[in-house]
Design a protein around this ligand. Structure first.
Ligand code: ASP
Length: 340
């Protein structure tokens, strides 16, 4: 009798453990950019609420696609589109301004089964750059299209285009004017300076997503207006496969945000995948190694979200915060902005 009770207890405990680990399987993680100390200080109760709600809406939109049996590419595109349409994020509608007062948008997407990828850079009339990146993946023989060519590709295949003024939001324009003023007050830069003006507020609110679908395919995507006050056709890491975005079913999917030049130089997204594949690191350890050791040592601020093929999620950042949310296969949503 005693043995029977013990056995039943063991079976019950086993079932509970299985249930809780199934509960923990994450199918989608998204981010709304890395946050600096200054940005944290600037956050009001009202803006914090807006960010949290924006993240939750986007992660739920991606989850609705999962529930309908959609692919990881569908989930990534759905959640990123929502954030691109939300003026609070530096992507799509809320893109920051270049120093010339324009909006130039970048995006990329990748799937981890066949290692197929698509990206666009410096587009100016595409309402949802993430959809253009996906079209490059699915409807072209190329991986990266830029500027006017990317604009006309997107228009040619029937994606929604807008007048560039669609991306002109008052909030970003005010920031742009303040940054221009700040720059004027600073010493004039020499021609051999670091190559572009670093936004003095160090704010990034690029968006990204990584999803795992029912077939076990991982997809990752990133979309951004880039760094504020960028010049000379500057392109950051977001549309660069291996830097801002990567997905490989043998390891994980990654989407990055932060000071793009460093993420390009350190091939950050791919390095995380490589550490998992060749060194056997967990997704958490690999992301930590790249973000908190390699990039931090080089003063490359920012962070990543990553999701592995078992549904284990991680967020690594070496700045104050990383706005993020994830959802498990049972629909449990978690939203976090800082180290909480
Ligand atoms: N990584 C982006 C870039 O360098 C900026 C960001 O994450 O907000 O263009």
């Amino acid at each position: 009798m005693k043995t029977l009770i013990l056995c039943s207890l063991a079976v019950w405990l086993g079932a509970q453990a299985a249930a809780s680990s199934a509960e923990a399987k994450v199918v989608l993680v998204i981010h709304g950019g890395a946050a600096s100390e200054k940005e944290k200080m600037k956050l009001t109760a009202e803006s914090e609420k807006r960010y949290r709600e924006g993240l939750e809406r986007a992660v739920r939109a991606g989850y609705a696609v999962f529930k309908k049996g959609g692919s990881s590419l569908d989930m990534v595109e759905a959640s990123i589109k929502l954030m691109e349409d939300d003026p609070d994020f530096n992507a799509g509608r809320g893109a920051v301004f270049t120093s010339a007062g324009k909006n130039e948008l970048d995006a990329s997407i990748m799937e981890g089964r066949h290692l197929k990828a698509g990206a666009v850079a410096s587009v100016t009339i595409v309402k949802n750059p993430i959809s253009a990146a996906r079209a490059v993946l699915e409807k072209s023989k190329h991986v990266l299209l830029v500027s006017e060519g990317a604009n006309s590709f997107a228009k040619g295949i029937g994606l929604e285009t807008v007048d560039p003024s669609y991306f002109h939001t008052e909030e970003r324009w005010k920031e742009h004017e303040e940054l221009l003023e700040e720059e004027k007050r600073q010493k004039p830069r020499a021609n051999n300076d670091k190559g572009f003006s670093v936004p003095s507020r160090g704010e990034w609110s690029t968006v990204g997503a990584v999803a795992l679908d029912a077939t076990g395919t991982i997809a990752a995507g990133t979309s951004t207006g880039g760094m504020a006050e960028k010049r000379w056709g500057r392109v950051g890491d977001s549309p660069i496969i291996g830097a801002g975005t990567y997905a490989d079913n043998e390891a994980c999917g990654v989407s990055a945000t932060g000071h793009g030049e460093y993420f390009i130089r350190y091939a950050a997204a791919h390095d995380i995948v490589a550490l998992m594949k060749y060194k056997g690191l967990s997704v958490e350890a690999a992301a930590d190694e790249v973000v908190n050791k390699k990039l931090k040592a080089a003063s490359g601020s920012g962070g990543v979200i990553a999701l592995d093929r078992k549904g284990r999620v991680t967020a690594a950042f070496n700045c104050e915060g990383l706005f993020r949310a994830h959802v498990t296969e049972t629909g449990k949503v978690t939203v976090k902005l800082f180290r909480e």
